[in-house]
Design a protein. Structure first.
Length: 660
């Protein structure tokens, strides 16, 4: 036994946990049955080496079962170790599980252990010592494995790399990779952010156990608290950045078991109570839930990360999937894993994903990843002159990545309406882009202001990615998207084997089945829920109606584009205007509710809209750049953001519109 992660007391508690808690018993049975199903592959035959897709995890499961159950597990674990010759399978996440598995193997032959260290663990550690991903999430994996291998093999250079290295160690990442809001800098809240939390929890646990206290509890708690803050209804996390768009990442994370064991945070206890708790870490470290409380589904502004999450809904119903949520991004790019989709939105109502961020489709080396999924065109935002948004690679230096970011000018968080105004001027030098969102239970009002600061006319493409099928009675005709820009490439990091992805024409070529409408009038179309059956779409009910106010020279395109997975094509709407200044004012109305939209004022940074419809009365929604006294339709305000919602008690005294 090594005691790297678990000591004798911890290991003794596991069988007691199995006896006391049904979820732990089910977890053990799940592991046992999984090993039994793979027994023929795990046990060697005819002198062939063991087969295991995840060898470190397999060893850990065998070692654990050897302590808790009778049978073939101990012999298989030792045979497994004797057959290990190649360090390659452990060159990433599997090294940690391999080290952890040794905690459960008492009395392991010293010769076998020395051979394992010499042929597998030390070569893995030496390879990781050559790597320098600085503040990146990959470095957290290297650091965790280096620490474990160093403690096992007594290689102090491995340990010191983690504890003391000024540009890639744990203290450097703690100080630089995690922002003031608690977000991991790579702008992937549902993927690399969560993975980094997991590894920081494990690092913190191990360093405390071995007297290497480097701090970090406050930062890790802050990272954890971002999860309910950004979660939309049902606990679904935003699909921003490198997240597979067909997944539904939620608050159900197995590593929350370790977080609860360390901090006993009430919302984590609540989240565990909603899980089946049958995973490996529930068995290893799970405990009875004491403190438990559902988080309030309140709108949140993460100004440092550049993320605003607007929410409406009652607490219990919200976490069961009822309510509305919208996200908008305006922060730093996020280095290697960032997407050029600033001011892009994602909108959900109940269980329906109405406005989408497709994330990615897997395979970072595939051309479609850079040509499409990382492009500005693949996000529900505005594209300027058919070019990707500007950004600068920071090469793993989070402190440099934060030099380019947007701001939130104002936010309004009330029970009846939530709103924000955000901008990201760094995205397109020479043009100022600003997006204002008003979210109520019944609709999303979306105002996108585009203003050239270089005195030139520009082409503005407003995009909405959605699902289902589009229905409209408007006279669309066959069309094509003309691209005058022949550059606009996404730069690739130096030394990495990815060809630059040209924004034009290649990215626009991913949009197919294009139809076009020219209009100066207000227009609307319906996004219908539909299922593909017998080679045709079976149209169901209306998911959302999109309405947009008119402007001279508007061309509306509709087509389909790659979603997730890439072979599935979903609808996309592109609204093109060429101007020095334009404002896209759109209303997204879920379901079949009849609503009307009118702009009462749009001048000098002040925009006032009226929304009315059955069941909601009349709403006046105000956005202004300066907090001057405004009187429109009998509604007075001095706030940057404000709303008059009929039948709702109005909050007074100017505390409802906050400057950012």
């Amino acid at each position: 036994m090594t005691g790297i992660f678990f000591n004798v007391e911890d290991i003794t508690a596991i069988p007691n946990r199995v006896v006391k808690h049904p979820w732990a018993k089910k977890g053990l049975e799940k592991i046992r049955s999984g090993l039994e199903a793979r027994r023929e592959d795990i046990l060697p035959r005819n002198g062939q080496p063991l087969k295991a897709e995840n060898p470190g995890t397999t060893l850990l499961e065998l070692a654990l079962c050897s302590r808790l159950l009778s049978g073939w597990y101990r012999e298989a674990a030792e045979t497994f170790l004797r057959n290990l010759e190649d360090p390659a399978p452990f060159m990433f996440k599997q090294a940690f599980d391999l080290c952890l598995g040794l905690d459960f193997l008492d009395g392991l032959d010293t010769t076998l252990r020395a051979r394992l260290y010499e042929r597998v663990l030390v070569p893995v550690g030496e390879k990781f010592m050559q790597m320098n991903h600085r503040g990146g999430n990959i470095q957290t994996t290297y650091n965790l494995s280096l620490l474990c291998i160093g403690l096992l093999t007594r290689r102090t250079d491995f340990i010191e790399r983690v504890t003391s290295d000024p540009e890639r160690g744990y203290p450097y990442q703690l100080a630089n990779s995690i922002g003031a809001d608690g977000f991991w800098y790579e702008q992937c809240p549902a993927s690399y952010h969560g993975g980094s939390i997991e590894r920081f929890l494990r690092l913190r646990w191990i360093t405390l156990r071995h007297g290497l206290d480097m701090g970090g509890d406050e930062v890790i708690r802050r990272m954890l608290d971002t999860l309910p803050g950004m979660a939309m209804q049902g606990g679904i996390l935003p699909l921003i950045g490198e997240v597979k768009g067909d997944s539904q990442p939620t608050l159900r994370k197995e590593w929350l078991e370790l977080a609860y064991a360390m901090y006993e945070t009430p919302w984590i206890g609540w989240a565990l109570g909603r899980m089946d708790r049958e995973g490996l870490w529930s068995l290893l470290i799970g405990r009875a839930i004491g403190a438990s409380e559902a988080p309030e589904p309140r709108s949140r502004l993460f100004s440092d990360a550049g993320l605003c999450v607007l929410k409406t809904g009652e607490r219990d119903a919200y976490w069961e999937g009822k309510g509305s949520g919208v996200t908008v991004t305006f922060g730093p790019h996020g280095d290697w894993h960032g997407h050029s989709g600033k001011l892009g939105i994602e909108y959900r109502r109940d269980d329906r994903h109405l406005v989408r961020d497709h994330g990615h489709s897997g395979g970072y080396a595939n051309p479609i990843h850079r040509l499409w999924y990382m492009s500005t065109l693949a996000h529900s935002t505005v594209v300027l002159d058919e070019r990707n948004q500007h950004f600068t690679w920071c090469n793993g230096r989070p402190e440099q990545d934060r030099r380019e970011g947007g701001v939130c000018q104002a936010h309004l968080f009330r029970d009846d309406v939530s709103a924000c105004t955000v901008s990201a001027d760094f995205a397109y030098p020479g043009c100022r882009l600003k997006r204002t969102l008003f979210l109520t239970r019944n609709y999303l009002l979306d105002i996108f202001e585009c203003t050239a600061t270089d005195g030139s006319e520009h082409t503005f493409d407003w995009l909405l990615h959605t699902g289902g099928v589009i229905q409209t009675g408007l006279p669309f005709v066959h069309g094509s998207l003309e691209c005058r820009n022949k550059g606009g490439a996404i730069p690739s990091p130096e030394g990495l084997p990815y060809a630059p992805g040209s924004m034009a024409p290649a990215s626009y070529d991913y949009i197919r089945e294009i139809e076009m409408l020219e209009t100066a009038d207000r227009w609307s179309l319906d996004i219908m829920n539909a299922k593909w059956a017998a080679d045709v779409w079976k149209v169901q009910d209306r998911a959302m109606r999109l309405m947009m106010l008119g402007e001279t020279g508007t061309r509306v395109f509709k087509g389909v584009c790659p979603a997730t997975p890439a072979e599935i094509y979903n609808p996309v709407i592109l609204v093109r205007r060429r101007a020095r200044r334009t404002t896209f004012i759109a209303l997204h109305v879920p379901g079949d509710q009849p609503h009307e939209l009118e702009c009462l004022r749009n001048e000098a940074g002040t925009i006032v809209c009226r929304v009315n419809g059955d069941g909601i009365g009349m709403h006046i929604l105000v956005k202004q750049d300066q907090g001057k006294l405004l009187d429109v339709a009998g509604f007075q305000t001095t706030c940057l953001l404000d709303a008059s919602i009929e039948s709702s008690e109005r909050i007074q005294n100017g505390n409802i519109g906050h400057t950012g």
